[in-house]
Design a protein around this ligand. Structure first.
Ligand SMILES: *Cc1c(COP(=O)(O)O)cnc(C)c1O
Length: 392
């Protein structure tokens, strides 16, 4: 039996059967179980920031696992302290950190902070955006504004009100002095890499400050260099009250973080929250290696340069199926003129490129931050034939 057939027999059907079995990777290239090579333009869903088998990540993880792999939160360890200090440093020297294992858990932490803030101040409801994505656990799912993945698991035990993303007036009307918190992505990732109009995040900051609601920035997909800045909220010079991180932070090792600023840094008291694995030494060492490498190799600048080139090159591909290119840095969506993203993904795979059919009419590109101009250009050159095949 093939690996795919064995997967199908052994796994719950929630993922379907993925199209490719990956065996190994190096840099931006991955190989499948049959030895076929692909240029990885999705990076494990914006996770593999340093690509695959990066020497800095291999060294840090190997050294840490051979030193001490796990302590639990009954004991502290140096890698988690270094990592928290490092994140605080990147955030202008402010904030306090909680480490989780994933994005959804980082948001659960933010949600519990907001619930506690709300209970203490007579604030009873939450606001989030239509089509937003915050995770799959019940708390994060209740904030997720996508009916297809949410409705069958509701109703949820919290009052969450949804507003159209990017509409500052709608947000203003929704946020009263009974609102505990507003959860927003600086650009909506799963919705199709959809940026808001300029000034939206700054308006959200003003609206939350005026109403006394916490602004929670879900930067699980957008941070750690993805847009060419450490954090996407820095594009608008806006500091949220709470920030959540995961995906690219660990470069492939599981880690999430929730950072609170100002009064939100100390809402939790002893005993309010915890995680057995959160911020474990191996994941913390991996994240430190990611941050060190981004800095040492000038990857923020690299992402801005290669990302702008890549987007411009793609946008210049004249093809009836390609309507445009959205996004910033190395976080792009090809916007199609018809619902053929699955066909584009398949045609790209046959041509040796891994991309992600994110929405019926949007294909996501979120390659490792180390991708070269030449690698990006190779995909741009192959795109017309891929689009032809997907149109047929
Ligand atoms: C991926 C993602 C999550 C969920 O992260 P998991 O690690 O899959 O739980 C939450 N919010 C955003 C914006 C994401 O992109």
């Amino acid at each position: 039996m093939s690996l795919r057939e064995r997967f199908e027999a052994a796994f719950m059907p929630n993922y379907g059967v993925p199209p490719v079995a990956l065996a190994r990777g190096e840099g931006c290239t991955v190989w499948d179980a049959d030895g076929n090579a692909y240029l990885d333009l999705i990076g494990g869903i914006a996770v593999s920031s340093l690509g695959h088998a990066h020497p800095a990540l291999v060294e840090a993880v190997s050294r840490q696992v051979a030193t001490i792999a796990h302590t639990s939160n009954l004991f502290l360890h140096e890698p988690e302290v270094l990592l928290a200090e490092r994140l605080i440093g990147l955030l202008g020297g402010q904030g306090r950190v909680f480490f989780a294992n994933s994005g959804t858990e980082a948001n659960e932490c933010a949600f519990k902070l907001a619930l506690k803030h709300g209970k203490a101040n007579g604030r009873t409801y939450f606001v989030a955006a239509e089509n937003g994505f915050h995770g799959r656990t019940i708390g994060a799912l209740s904030l997720t504004g996508k009916a297809a993945i949410r409705d069958q698991f509701g109703p949820f035990p919290v009052d969450v009100r949804f507003v159209p993303y990017g509409d500052a007036d709608a947000l203003k009307n929704a946020v009263t002095d009974e609102c505990a918190a507003v959860f927003l992505e600086p650009t909506q990732g799963e919705a199709g890499v959809v940026p808001p109009p300029d000034g939206y995040f700054a308006a959200a900051r003003e609206i939350c400050t005026a109403a006394g609601a916490l602004l929670v920035a879900d930067e699980i997909q957008s941070a750690i260099g993805r847009t060419g800045h450490w954090f996407a909220h820095q594009h608008e010079g806006v500091l949220p009250d709470v920030l959540t991180l995961a995906k690219g932070l660990g470069g492939g090792l599981p880690i999430g973080a929730c950072v609170g600023f100002g009064p939100a840094a100390t809402i939790f008291a002893k005993g309010d929250h915890g995680s057995t694995f959160g911020g474990n030494p191996v994941s913390a060492a991996a994240a430190l290696a990611v941050l060190d490498t981004i800095e040492a190799d000038g990857l923020l600048e690299h992402v801005r340069t290669v990302g702008a080139e890549f987007a411009a090159g793609l946008a210049a591909v004249g093809h009836p199926l390609l309507g445009g290119v959205r996004g910033r840095g190395l976080w792009l969506a090809l916007v199609l003129t018809a619902d053929r993203s699955a066909q584009v993904q398949q045609a790209a795979q046959r041509a040796g490129f891994l991309v992600n059919a994110l929405q019926p009419d949007a294909v996501r590109l979120a390659p490792p931050l180390i991708i070269t101009s030449e690698q990006a250009a190779a995909f741009t050159a192959a795109l017309p034939a891929i689009l032809d095949e997907a149109s047929a």
